[in-house]
Design a protein. Structure first.
Length: 350
């Protein structure tokens, strides 16, 4: 304990010396001023959380890890010189803000920058799950949220606002949920104390648009098609390393006009989950069922993460046409049906 106190006293002495130098010479002041300036001229928002009892040093460390601090030493000097008491909350700060600006915002608890609510859409979630979370957030029912997301007038207005949403495609007969696959999985921070279904939907669609803009130019698929394929790829494996390989399997099948035969699409058609898909289930008459219909299903089967999208577009080229996941999640790939059946007989666990 004595050694720890000595270290703390030594650090305080160093800071005091730096402050004396800064006061004595203009160079030191210039150094400190530069170190407290914004890290960027461009706007990039970052959420910083301050909890009850957090000391300034801890918050500074959090800000530094988020890329908001230009010079950590200068920041510590500033904190030592200005005894700030920060109010607990989630703050929407920006990389174009100086450190004094950000500290003042958190000291005052400036409502202009406070994030009042947050919610998370997890990777692979389906629309009913997302609707349930949104309903809880806005104080309504899942049924009403789903009704809003199926309202054709509302969907038409969204398609006019977001160019990746094709109204005719998402409202095609047989589509279960028009916005399935289009609501990006992410943790969202909301500025409003009373968010609406519409405002939350806009927030999620904007994020989807931002992600899609990085990839649509790299594929011949439409937004709806690539989201559909990526949603299947994401659901078919436990491990990220398998994403591009499984995407390659499906691409091989599409190119050779073979049915995708994805159990995930059967489950979606039947509103179920699980690995024990029976032969009878594969006979389900649904435009989502890739055992019954060739090509891509009618639409996405879940939310789509950026990693799934990226790995689907940048799929691995190989000669595999089949895959089977063992109980531990390890995937066995096969080039022929005979090899595939052998893998199933050897490793089937359900």
């Amino acid at each position: 304990m004595a050694k720890s106190n000595k270290k703390m006293k030594l650090s305080h002495i160093v800071i005091i010396i730096v402050l004396l130098i800064a006061v004595a010479g203009g160079g030191g002041l210039i150094y400190l001023k530069s170190g407290l300036s914004a890290v960027s001229k461009d706007s990039e928002e970052v959420i910083v959380s301050v909890s009850d009892g957090d000391y300034v040093g801890l918050v500074l460390q959090r800000m530094n890890e988020a890329g908001l601090v230009k010079n950590m030493f200068a920041a510590k000097v500033y904190a030592k010189l200005n005894k700030k008491v920060l109010k607990s909350n989630n703050y929407r700060l920006n990389k174009n803000m100086s450190l004094p600006e950000m500290m003042t915002i958190m000291e005052k608890g400036d409502t202009k920058y406070i994030v009042y609510k947050k919610f998370t859409v997890t990777e692979g979630s389906r629309i009913p799950d997302v609707a349930k979370r949104v309903a809880k957030l806005v104080g309504t029912t899942k049924k009403k949220v789903l009704a809003k997301w199926s309202d054709k007038t509302y969907l038409k207005s969204l398609s006019e606002k977001y160019d990746f949403l094709d109204y005719k495609t998402i409202t095609k007969s047989g589509i279960k949920y028009p916005l399935e696959g289009y609501l990006y999985p992410e943790t969202y921070y909301l500025d409003s104390t009373e968010p609406t279904v519409e405002s939350i939907t806009d927030t999620m669609l904007k994020q989807t648009g931002a992600v899609l803009n990085n990839y649509l130019s790299k594929t011949d698929f439409s937004a709806h098609e690539i989201l559909t394929l990526a949603s299947i790829v994401e659901q078919e494996t436990l491990f990220d390393k398998d994403l591009p390989i499984i995407a390659g399997v499906f691409m091989n099948r599409l190119k050779d006009d073979m049915p995708l035969q994805s159990d995930i699409t059967v489950n979606y058609a039947l509103d179920r989950t699980g690995v024990d898909v029976s032969y009878a289930m594969t006979q389900t008459d649904s435009p989502y069922n890739t055992y019954q219909f060739r090509g891509l299903p009618i639409g996405p089967v879940s939310c789509v993460s950026e990693k799934a999208l990226k790995n689907t577009i940048n799929y691995q080229k190989h000669k595999y046409y089949y895959f089977f996941a063992k109980k531990d999640g390890k995937v066995i790939y096969s080039k022929t049906l005979s090899e595939h059946n052998k893998a199933i007989n050897k490793y089937k666990w359900y």
